[in-house]
Ligand binder design. Structure first.
Ligand SMILES: NC(=O)c1ccc[n+]([C@@H]2O[C@H](COP(=O)([O-])OP(=O)(O)OC[C@H]3O[C@@H](n4cnc5c(N)ncnc54)[C@H](OP(=O)(O)O)[C@@H]3O)[C@@H](O)[C@H]2O)c1
Length: 262
């Protein structure tokens, strides 16, 4: 089982929700952190709080990861500070729970850049040193939305299907490397996600970010390739194996449209 003590873990989107919970739970396991997002004051507050509770270092990097050049800038900044990333947690991401044409296409371009392209670039930049050390790994944030097409959250669902497929493929490609490469697939989780997505999912089963991250870190330490967090989500994501895709699509559409603000 991988020990986190003394490791350096870079977490994108650590200012809120699942990323913030990763920061606290990794620090609790004595990992040093590099936390990244756009909100400097929130990241500095989290860094101060974590350093007052645990004997770890917390580096803060403030950047918008939905910009094409940002992953390289993050990598260069990490090198400039003399840090070396053992575990990369590609967590930053957002969705919009809306009918497709209600949004400017720029929103979808940002979403694809953040949820997919920056995640791939960061992985491409940080993986070589992990391979040299034959240790460490990557956790990529997918979703239960990765398991079926998702009407009314179509672009987001497709980005998460990409993340799951990409991560599983990479895990197989580097299975002999000593690294752990894992996709985390949460269902409805109590975070800032719903506000950004413009949706109210009170009717759905919900997990706390802390519960999701606890499950994720346990699965990572057990070298899983992906983890669906929560039993009801495990059942939900197994349905496409037993029913025709056309039926699943109808069911997801019906349950999704309840939440759309028209
Ligand atoms: N909550 C759920 O129900 C759920 C379910 C499945 C998967 N997920 C996935 O879990 C991940 C974390 O989301 P969450 O639920 O914790 O939502 P959240 O509370 O809204 O957190 C999102 C994080 O991403 C950061 N972020 C967003 N846009 C960014 C950008 N352009 N550049 C840099 N950082 C950015 C935010 O920080 P700043 O605003 O400070 O930049 C924030 O720290 C996402 O990938 C999401 O798709 C969530």
């Amino acid at each position: 089982m991988e020990n986190f003590s003394g490791k350096t873990i870079l977490i994108t989107g650590a200012s809120s929700g699942i990323g913030r919970s990763f920061a606290y739970q990794c620090a609790e396991k004595w990992a040093n952190l590099i936390i990244v997002s756009r909100k400097e004051s929130v990241l500095l507050e989290i860094a101060k709080d974590i350093q007052s509770k645990y004997s770890v270092t917390v580096d803060v990097i403030v950047w918008d990861i939905s910009k094409i050049d940002t992953p390289q800038m993050i990598f260069d900044e990490v090198e400039k500070r003399g840090l070396s990333v053992d575990i990369l947690i590609n967590n930053a991401g957002f969705g919009k729970w809306v009918s497709f044409l209600s949004q400017e296409v720029a929103i979808y371009q940002n979403m694809i850049q953040l949820n997919i392209a920056s995640l791939v670039t960061l992985t491409h930049l940080f993986l070589p040193k992990m391979l040299e050390k034959k240790a460490g790994g990557v956790i990529n944030l997918a979703s239960i939305a990765a398991f079926f097409p998702c009407p009314y959250i179509s672009v987001y669902g497709a980005t998460k299907a990409f993340v799951l497929s990409f991560t599983e493929a990479l895990a197989a490609e580097y299975s002999e490397s000593g690294l752990t490469i894992m996709a985390l697939c949460p269902g409805n989780t109590e975070t800032g996600f719903q506000k950004t997505a413009e949706v109210d999912l009170k009717w759905e089963p919900v997990q706390s970010a802390d519960e999701v991250v606890k499950n994720a870190l346990r699965a990572y330490q057990n070298k899983k390739i992906f983890i669906v967090s929560g039993w009801s989500n495990k059942i939900l994501t197994s349905l496409p194996r037993f029913f025709p895709r056309s039926l699943i699509l109808k069911i997801v559409k019906k349950s999704s449209e309840k939440s759309v603000q028209k």
